[in-house]
Design a protein around this ligand. Structure first.
Ligand code: SAM
Length: 266
């Protein structure tokens, strides 16, 4: 694996970080705290006020941490794409508002990439189609990351790269959920996993109210596992040879061990 190109990533942290949207979001969460606790306010209405994506994009895409992490992933994926000959079949899981997608698409070759953007429903498809209209190699699909992909019509060994950004923490049993993804990867396939590994008060009083997070039981004090537990989950799922990139004790990505001959340069 190529060393991380931090200089590429750091440039991405210099732009506007969505501060105004984030401030408004946390103020709204604070004002609605009692109603959120009583289930009288849908936290998604605060995250997507009037259906608008700008708060969510500030939270997952425009703030400096997200920019940095997504740029690191883009650096890794760009190196992988350059070192890999032939078609690149990419599956993104839980793509949502496409924060990681926005960083990754520009580093993939137009002429030999097929990028399947999926989420648990088609809810995000219209917005994502508009956002990624400039990338003709993107296709849109539905995949529930917590159920067996093969039972949902996906074929074994049909992808060279799986991207899962801020979604696998929804699994009550991350090892089992990761193990179900593994058969989708072809020989030499890679997994890029982006996850928070600390449970913060800011999460607890905001997006922590979203059902997918509050239903999780496999965490000490919240849904985000510390690094050793992610590594353990990956190991149990058959992924190893994991390269973890640590950012402020928070974010990591990995590649799998189970394929004999990695297609990308190691
Ligand atoms: C925190 S958002 C992250 C979105 C995007 N990956 C990003 O980093 O901006 C989590 C996403 O996971 C999706 N999601 C939740 N449960 C899921 C499941 N069981 N299968 C697939 N996607 C799921 C949500 O719909 C949402 O789009």
């Amino acid at each position: 694996m190529q060393p991380l190109q931090l200089h590429k990533a750091s440039a991405a942290t210099e732009a506007n970080g969505g501060e105004a949207e984030l401030r408004a979001f946390f103020v709204a969460c604070q004002r609605s705290a009692k109603a959120l606790l009583h289930g009288e306010v849908n936290p998604l209405d605060l995250l997507f006020p009037g259906g608008d994506w700008s708060v969510a994009e500030a939270l997952y895409e425009h703030n400096p941490i997200s920019r940095h992490v997504n740029a690191l992933a883009a650096s890794l994926v760009g190196d992988w794409a350059s070192a890999t000959v032939g078609p690149l079949r990419v599956l993104e899981i839980g793509a949502g508002i496409g924060s990681a997608t926005a960083a990754l698409l520009p580093v993939l070759p137009v002429d030999r990439t097929r990028y399947l953007f999926t989420d648990v429903s088609a809810f995000f498809h219209p917005g994502a189609r508009r956002k990624f209209a400039a990338f003709p190699f993107v296709q849109y699909g539905v995949l529930d990351a917590l159920r067996d992909p093969l039972a949902q019509g996906f074929l074994p060994e049909s992808f060279d790269l799986i991207v899962a950004a801020n979604v696998m923490h929804n699994a009550a049993d991350p090892a089992a959920a990761l193990a179900r993804l593994r058969p989708l990867l072809a020989d030499g396939g890679r997994l890029v996993l982006i996850e928070a590994t600390r449970n913060t008060r800011a999460h607890a009083v905001s997006v922590g109210f979203i059902e997918g997070l509050s239903g999780v039981t496999d965490g000490d004090d919240g849904p985000f596992l510390p690094l050793p537990r992610w590594l353990d989950a990956l190991d149990k799922a058959g992924f190893a040879d994991a390269a973890a990139s640590r950012f402020r004790r928070g974010w990591h990505r990995f590649r799998p061990r189970h394929h004999r001959r990695p297609r990308a340069a190691a």
